[in-house]
Structure formats: structure tokens, C-alpha cells
Design a protein around this ligand. Sequence first.
Ligand code: G4P
Length: 282
Amino acid sequence: MNSEYSYKNINWFPGHMAKARRLMEEQLKLVDIVIELRDARIPEASGNPLLKELSKNKPVLIILNKADLSDPNKNEIWKDYFDNCLLVDSLNENITKTIVDEVKRILKDKLDKAKARGIRKKVLRAMVVGIPNVGKSTFINNIVKRKVAKAENRPGVTKALQWIKINEDVELLDTPGVLWPKFENQEDARLLALIGSINDEVLNKEELVIFGLNYLKENYKGLISKRYEVDENSDDLIDDIAKKKMWLTNNNKIDYKKTIDLLLKDIRSNKIGRITWQDVRE
Ligand code: G4P
């Protein structure tokens, strides 16, 4: 793993991280609740352990986004695992009411206290955070029913804070906070790369595909055979797939680079099936 945290679109070098961290800490002070987006296909690896510290233990609503791409059975297990958690498909579902209701449920005590102190209408403030590409902009646009600014992937870029009224009870910060992906261990980095969250160049694509195929053989028996019409237990699985799909060079040899690229694309775009790449640790 590159020790400089280099990531093609964002340079997560320590200076940037420190800046992003300070900015997010400031913004988090202003909210009642943090809405943390994670990718439902890798619920643990797509989180950032520092958030707890940055948010000073504010209530967090975990959104397992892209739940349309992940395994429906494992979705339920992960949802139960986290304290406050919703499964969401930000692309296709109408999520505004679900999110508002959940925010109000989690903050019910706060609302009751405000009421007891004579504040009749307490407006709750929320902020969306998450690693790049997890769907923050899509999620915000869905909730507010219009296009807001694209998530700023360059950390530390400041602009005036704007609150968007979702309804009379809840307001959302219009710009999400970008958390850097977890680079602490190879396992998380590999999962992030597998779903396309961190750049391909960070890890070896061939290793990634081999890891993916092995995981599928172990955890989703039959899916590879079904998709590629090959024996998934073959010792030459990648070659077999390449031949079956005719991923060949001009002189009829297996085009290994193309095969690896296309297999990775299939994995990422769920051509093979709805997969969750992580299990809840006992
Ligand atoms: P970000 O702000 O966190 O960086 O993420 P963004 O909203 O830009 O979303 C990243 C990609 O994930 C987009 O696809 C978006 O359409 C997709 N996406 C977001 N939420 C969901 C979801 O719940 N389900 C599915 N299936 N996809 C989701 P893209 O291909 O990069 O862009 P585009 O072709 O859709 O414009």
C-alpha cells in the first residue's frame, strides 16, 4: 500500500487529511445528528473509525447505501448489527420521509427536552458524511428533490455553509463531508478497490479478480458457473471464462488484460449478482 495515501482524484496526504479533519470537526459541531453513508456491499470497510472521535459521539444514523447492489439476506444482518441503520437505494427509492422519520425517532429525547423547555419548534440539523463515491450527492439530491452541488472531493475546500430545509423539522447541510477511505489494513483496501472506491492503480487488478472469484466460489456457489457457463471449480477458471466469452487477442490467444478488466467490471456492476463482500464479525 502506498504510504502517501495517494489516490488518483484526491491526494489524501497527511496535510490534506488534517485540513479535512479540522473542517469536518467545525461543521459537525453545528449538527444534531450525523448521517454516515456506507456502501452496503462492504459495510465495515466503507466506514471511517475516526468519525466517532470527530463527531464527539453525536448520534449517528448509518445509511447502508447501494443496498440494491448487495445481498438481500446479508443486508438484514448488517442492518441489525448497527444501532441506528437503514438500507437505502438512493438511485431508485423515494427516501425523504424514511430519513426524516428516522432522524426524528433517534432524536426524540432531544425534541422532548426542547418542548419541556418551552421551545415549540426545534429544527433538527443533520450532515451527510462518507468516503468518496459512496453516493453522498445522489443521497442528498434524492432527499431534497433537486440537484445540489456535487460533493467536493478535494478536502479542505471551504465555502459558505448552506442549510437546506427538508421539511419543517429537519435541515440538512448542503455539502457532504468527505471522509478518507480506510487504508490501515490490506483487507479493507482490497474490498474498497474491489467495489471501485479506491483507484485501480493502488492494488494489483489480477490479485483483486482472483480474490473476488475465490470469495464468490466460497460464499456464492454457482453464481460464476451460471454467469459464464464454465465449471467454477476449474484450476484454469480465468482462462476458461476468457475462452467462453471469446476475450481473445487477434491471434486467438487469451487476452489476459482484457479478461481481468472485464471480470472486474462485471464484479463492480453486479453482472454476477448481488454480493456482499463482508460478514459481521462474531
Ligand atoms: P459521492 O457524492 O459520495 O462521491 O457519490 P455520488 O453520489 O457521485 O455517487 C457515486 C456513484 O454511485 C454514481 O454512479 C451514483 O449513480 C451511484 N449511486 C449512488 N447511490 C446509489 C445507490 O443507492 N444504488 C446504486 N446502484 N448506485 C448508486 P456513477 O456511475 O459514478 O455516476 P452516474 O453514471 O450514475 O452519474
